[in-house]
Structure formats: structure tokens, C-alpha cells
Design a protein around this ligand. Structure first.
Ligand SMILES: [Zn+2]
Length: 302
């Protein structure tokens, strides 16, 4: 089940307001001075901004003194948000808003529940015994170390782009998942999806007159799996992929591209303009997966 985060936070805020209202009524019943302060406060909004600020802080001090007299905590008449950092909005920071840690945690739970993060596919779930021979085991271990290093250096690894490529069934997606899981664990906003799904989401976004691209161009970590298997929809696939790859490349945002295609094949499919963003040697570590398919042995191990 996908959580509607906006509705979830709106609910939390309503709850905080309701509880505050109850406490206000309690206090007003106890001492009319509370009600008088509240009435004064509601008139402050008619005042010019400068004076209003001063008056509010004076009222606040009077209220704190009054609360103290009744042995109540000084924040008793402030809304008790379940997350004081974001005041139950899910976002922190201004003017540039970032997702609050509480929201990232919620999203992570949601992803795990929705099966979009496979808990088996994490670095700690990495198993050497799935490799059929010594050479591929060695390669697997080396790649795992590189990917782990990348994940631990997020959000700004030395080489912000990873290109994991090689034939199907070599464990590329596993590494992509493990990087995403580690990033989310570390509180880094992450989007992991297949190129197919991304094309779908871009199409849906455009047909709803939304602007679907910022989500993909701005997320601190994008893991784009199965690049090369999505349909090439005219005016959509290449255009959006270029916008995303170009902007992420320019802003040096962490991106993991996973594909069965090598650099030449990427150029052939998408053209030089796109492929050069994805394989840009100055910011990309390209990791080739060779060896035999692991699919059979993986199955046996489950
Ligand atoms: Zn929060």
C-alpha cells in the first residue's frame, strides 16, 4: 500500500490543533486570564507587522508566567507536533525545502512494505557462495566493495555516477538495490526504478499536465535499472532521458545507471548526446559485470 504522505501529515497537524484546542479550553476554564490572553492574541493579526511581533512575544511571556503559576510546562499552549523538526509538514528548510528525516523514514517503511526495497538485496545480504567459480567470485567481491564505497560516500561520492553494465543475470540489480537500501538507511532521499517504469511515469505525468521531470532530475540519488529495455516512445523516452541525464550530470547528482548495454550500444540506442552524459568519464565509474549468469544458483539458494 502506497501511503498518501500529504494526507498523513495533514492528519497529524489536525490532531495537534485539536489537542491544543482542548488544552486551551481546560486552561480558560481554570483561569479567565488564559482566555483573555488568547483573545488579545487573535487581535494581533490586525496590527502592523513590526508591532505584531513584539506584542506576540510579550503575550507569549505573560502566558508562560501564567502557565508556571499553575505548574504547567511552558509549551503547554503550543501545538505538540509529533515531529518538532518539521512541525508535521514532512519538510524542513527554507527557501529550499528538503524532506524531513521523519518523512524519509516513513518512505523507507513504505518501500519495504511495497516490496520495492528487497531486504534480501542489501550489502549484508551479499553472498559469495552464489558465484560458480573463483574468478567471478573475486569480481563479485570487488564490485560489491566499490558499490558499498559509493553508497557510503553519498550524497557526494568522488565519482557521482555509476554505470553498472554487463549481460543479464550477473547481479547488477542486486547492487543497485543494495546501494538504494544503504542510501535510504543513511537518510538520503532515493528513487529507484526501472527505465520502463520511469517512461511510464513521465507519460502519466504529461497526460495529467503535471511536470514529471523535477522528481527525477532533483532527487539526491537516482537508481535507474534496466536502461535499454524501455520502449522508445517518440518525443518522450529520449527527450526525458536527456533532460534527466544532462541535469544530473551538470549538478553532479548521484546516479546509478544499470544496463545490459555497453557504452557503444548505449550510443547506438540513444545517440551521442545522451550516451555521453551517462558515460562521461570525468564523473562516471563504469563497472562491467562479466562471468556466468547467477540466476540458476541464486534460485537454488532461496
Ligand atoms: Zn519531521
Amino acid at each position: 500500500m502506497k501511503t498518501d504522505f500529504e494526507a498523513y501529515y495533514a492528519d497529524l497537524r489536525r490532531k495537534a490543533v485539536r489537542q491544543l484546542e482542548t488544552r486551551r479550553q481546560e486552561c480558560a476554564a481554570m483561569d479567565p486570564a488564559f482566555a483573555a490572553l488568547q483573545a488579545k492574541r487573535s487581535r494581533v493579526f490586525l496590527m502592523p507587522a513590526q508591532g505584531a511581533k513584539l506584542t506576540l512575544s510579550t503575550l507569549r511571556m505573560e502566558e508562560e508566567a501564567l502557565l508556571k503559576r499553575y505548574g504547567l510546562p511552558k509549551d503547554y499552549l503550543l501545538p505538540a507536533y509529533s515531529c518538532p523538526l518539521c512541525q508535521d509538514t514532512g519538510y524542513v528548510g527554507s527557501p529550499i525545502k528538503k524532506k524531513c528525516a521523519c518523512r524519509l523514514k516513513l518512505e523507507q517503511q513504505d518501500l519495504v512494505e511495497a516490496g520495492r526495497i528487497n531486504e534480501r538485496e542489501t550489502f549484508s545480504g551479499f553472498r559469495e557462495d552464489i558465484y560458480p567459480d573463483e574468478a567471478s567470485r573475486k569480481e563479485g567481491k570487488t564490485i560489491c566493495v566499490l558499490c558499498q564505497r559509493f553508497a557510503d560516500a553519498l550524497p557526494a561520492p568522488k565519482y557521482p555516477q555509476l554505470l553498472l553494465f554487463g549481460q543479464a543475470g550477473r547481479g547488477k540489480s542486486f547492487m543497485g538495490n543494495a546501494i538504494a537500501a544503504r542510501a535510504i538507511e543513511r537518510g538520503i532521499d532515493t528513487l529507484r526504478l526501472t527505465a520502463y517504469r520511469m517512461t511510464e511515469e513521465v507519460m502519466n505525468g504529461f497526460s495529467n499536465n503535471a511536470s514529471p521531470l523535477p522528481r527525477f532530475t532533483q532527487v539526491p540519488l537516482l537508481v535507474l535499472d534496466d536502461l535499454g529495455t524501455e520502449p522508445l516512445i517518440p518525443n518522450v523516452t529520449k527527450e526525458s532521458l536527456f533532460a534527466i541525464a544532462d541535469q544530473r550530470n551538470t549538478s553532479r547528482l548521484a546516479t546509478v545507471y544499470i544496463s545490459n548495454l555497453n557504452a557503444d550500444e548505449l550510443t547506438e540506442r540513444y545517440g551521442e548526446r545522451i550516451a555521453s552524459r551517462i558515460t562521461d568519464a570525468s564523473i562516471t565509474k563504469a563497472i562491467r559485470f562479466t562471468g556466468d549468469s547467477l540466476r540458476g544458483s541464486k534460485e537454488k539458494n532461496r
